[in-house]
Ligand binder design. Structure first.
Ligand code: ADP
Length: 630
């Protein structure tokens, strides 16, 4: 019972959500169900009266009834048809809104939560099950059908009561006595109770089975979605797949997961089919027994032949309504069970406070950021990735963060951008803990190009403006600064050219070109703090040198942080922080650090030897000198 209450609680919450999408949907469904009931029961009454009129020879009355029956069937049939056609559009609308709800919620959650595999499993599972079972639109259909069935059961039961009250012409003999009001009522109660009990048993049995199958299905959809969408459907993966001959392995893995997923849905469907067959069997037995009871009433003269058709029809409706009620309840339960995952996802709290203090708008860009004793460990891992980090980021300074791979540089930036919160210690902005600031306002301070930056299959301008207003001259300026102006000018529709071929026949760009556009996007944001995480990793040495040369100008008047494991890139930064195993081990200018002969000097010397192009190193130095002279 508790299970049913919880399912309906979910159901009503979902109905409320459906209502919020379009307030006409539910009333329209209710209207349609009323029309269909009037059509069925009105039809039964009119048909019974028509038969009796014909048997009594009142042809005029029969003609009137026949016309009434025809008119009612036509009008109500037409209206129901129109309403049903309107539902289709509305159901598609609900179906689409469902995806928007999912995505909106995922963006509102903090990054840390979204990284958890169980969270993405929830999203993917909700999407897939919604696709398989029809989701919210079908839930509404089940609910309306259930209301229709309940009303139909009530109407047919009231007719049965009426039938029971009818007395036989002669209460003699076994049939005559059985056809009396009390014995018929008892017989009907027995039949109804038998049917109710059997249906309940069927419902319980299959509910348990479905729950067991549902709970056994974990992790599969996540894996399958990754393989299907990010591996097999990704054109770029094709290169690696061909070179390494990974086709068989990938297809084998996908097939394995697909089989698991398929077997889940198959088992669910099989249980559904078994449940409806069992329900049909129960309802058929009931229909046969109840027909016999009505026939007994007619034979003993308690009701007319016309009334016989009416009562038989009502009992038929009763049987189908009970079985459809149970079927719809099963369907509704199935949808609500997986929708509970969806609602659990919607109810997920963000792990961290969003903060409320507005960030002071300063034209002078005086935003001072500081790490105070910050240690950090990724959720689910035991090791501290950052250990007691203390550092003040100089306002409008050019800071470089260097260190070997895995030293904690990117993590340092992620914490600064508030994608994660420190496990210990705090980060401050102008002396106040950054957690207290409004999250969105705080993030607006940063223009970041991460190592794994992402461009979208949108037009170039949309990739650059990233949601901010399109200002042509500013876009070109950002492109110029990022050394991407020429490249975009050569594109067929310049700023309106679509990137990649996913949506339109757009242009494919190289990793280096993509990185330049990502850089332009960060610059267009015009944020007071610019962070570049290995921004030149995909560029050739010449382009790298050019970017470094422009870097001074690009970040003029802003605080800039530049992460790299290439020491050459630090030459033009006035403040260099060296990370090693999550700790700041050295800090100073290039010259100071070289003189200190520590970690930095060691890395510098090691890299200088192997740096692909000493020429470009020289170029960097020359450009650096030139821009300093300016
Ligand atoms: P760097 O940028 O210096 O190369 P990172 O900050 O990316 O280093 O990584 C520091 C350490 O944190 C590495 O050992 C890495 O494996 C670990 N790490 C990075 N991201 C995660 C994550 N999402 N979950 C768990 N560990 C992570």
């Amino acid at each position: 019972m508790r299970d049913i209450i919880s399912i309906h609680k979910t159901g009503f919450r979902l109905l409320k959500m459906i209502h919020s999408v379009d307030s006409i949907i539910i009333p329209l469904h209710l209207l349609e169900l009323c029309m269909s009931l009037v059509q069925v029961y009105g039809g039964l009454f009119l048909t019974a009266a028509l038969i009796d009129a014909l048997l009594l020879g009142s042809f005029e009355q029969a003609a009137g009834l026949a016309l009434g029956l025809l008119g009612m069937t036509l009008v109500l049939g037409l209206c129901s048809g129109l309403a049903r056609r309107r539902f289709q559009g509305l159901r598609t609308k609900i179906w689409l809104v469902f995806y928007v709800w999912l995505r909106r919620k995922s963006f509102s959650l903090d990054y840390e939560t979204m990284e958890k595999p169980e969270v993405s499993e929830k999203i993917i599972f909700s999407e897939r099950t919604s696709d398989m079972y029809g989701g919210l639109g079908v839930l509404l259909y089940h609910y309306c059908d259930m209301i229709r069935s309940v009303l139909s059961i009530l109407l047919s039961v009231s007719l049965v009561i009426y039938l029971c009250l009818a007395r036989p012409e002669s209460p003699e003999g076994l049939l005559g006595r059985l056809a009396g009001p009390v014995p018929t009522a008892l017989l009907f109660v027995g039949v109804l109770a038998g049917m109710g009990w059997s249906s309940w048993k069927v419902f319980k049995k299959y509910a348990v089975k479905q729950q067991e199958i549902f709970q056994s299905h974990t992790g599969v959809e996540n894996k399958l979605s990754y393989l299907m969408n990010q591996v097999l459907a990704n054109v770029k993966v094709g290169k690696i797949v061909r070179l390494y001959g990974m086709q068989d392995m990938l297809l084998h893995n996908t097939k394995e997961e697909m089989e698991k997923s398929h077997s889940y849905f198959e088992r669910m469907c099989l249980v559904g089919r078994q449940e409806s067959s069992a329900n049909r069997a129960v309802s058929s037995i009931f229909t046969i027994v109840s027909y016999l009871l009505v026939a007994m009433k007619a034979v003993t003269g308690a009701v007319t032949i016309g009334a016989f058709t009416q009562y038989a029809g009502a009992l038929n409706q009763f049987g189908t309504s009970v079985s459809s009620l149970i079927g719809d309840h099963g369907g509704m339960r199935k949808i609500c069970t997986y929708m509970q995952e969806f609602l659990a996802f919607l109810d997920m709290e963000t792990l961290h406070e969003k903060g409320s203090i507005p960030v002071e708008k300063r034209n002078d860009g005086e935003y001072e950021l500081a790490f105070e004793n910050v240690s950090f460990r990724y959720p689910g891992s035991r090791e501290m990735v950052l250990k007691s980090v203390n550092c003040r980021i100089r306002v409008k300074g050019k800071m470089a963060v260097v260190g070997k791979n895995g030293a904690g540089k990117t993590t340092f930036i992620k914490l600064l951008c508030r994608l994660y919160e420190p496990t210990e210690g705090r980060i401050t902005l102008n002396g106040i803990d950054i957690r207290k600031y409004d999250e969105e306002e705080y993030r607006s301070l940063f223009g970041v190009v991460f190592q794994d930056f992402k461009l979208f299959a949108f037009p170039v301008w949309e990739n650059i403006t990233a949601g901010y207003e399109r200002q042509e001259d500013r876009i070109w300026e950002a492109l110029r600064q990022a050394d991407a102006e020429e490249m975009v000018k050569k594109m067929p529709e310049q700023l309106d050219t679509w990137l990649y071929k996913n949506m339109k026949n757009g242009v494919d760009i190289s990793g280096g070109e993509a990185q330049k556009l990502a850089l332009a996007r960060a610059l267009y944001k015009d944020a007071p703090v610019v962070i570049l995480d290995e921004p030149t990793a995909a560029l050739d040495p010449k382009a790298e040198a050019q970017i470094y040369a422009r870097f001074n100008r690009m970040v003029e008047g802003r605080t800039s942080i530049f992460i790299s494991h290439r020491m050459s890139s630090c030459r033009f930064c006035d403040d260099i922080i060296v990370f090693d195993q999550g700790e700041i081990v050295e800090r100073g200018s290039h010259e100071e650090l070289l003189a200190a002969r520590g970690n930095y000097a060691e890395m510098w010397n090691a890299q200088a030897k192997y740096y692909e192009s000493q020429e470009s190193l020289r170029e960097i130095n020359n450009n650096q000198n030139k821009s300093t002279e300016k």
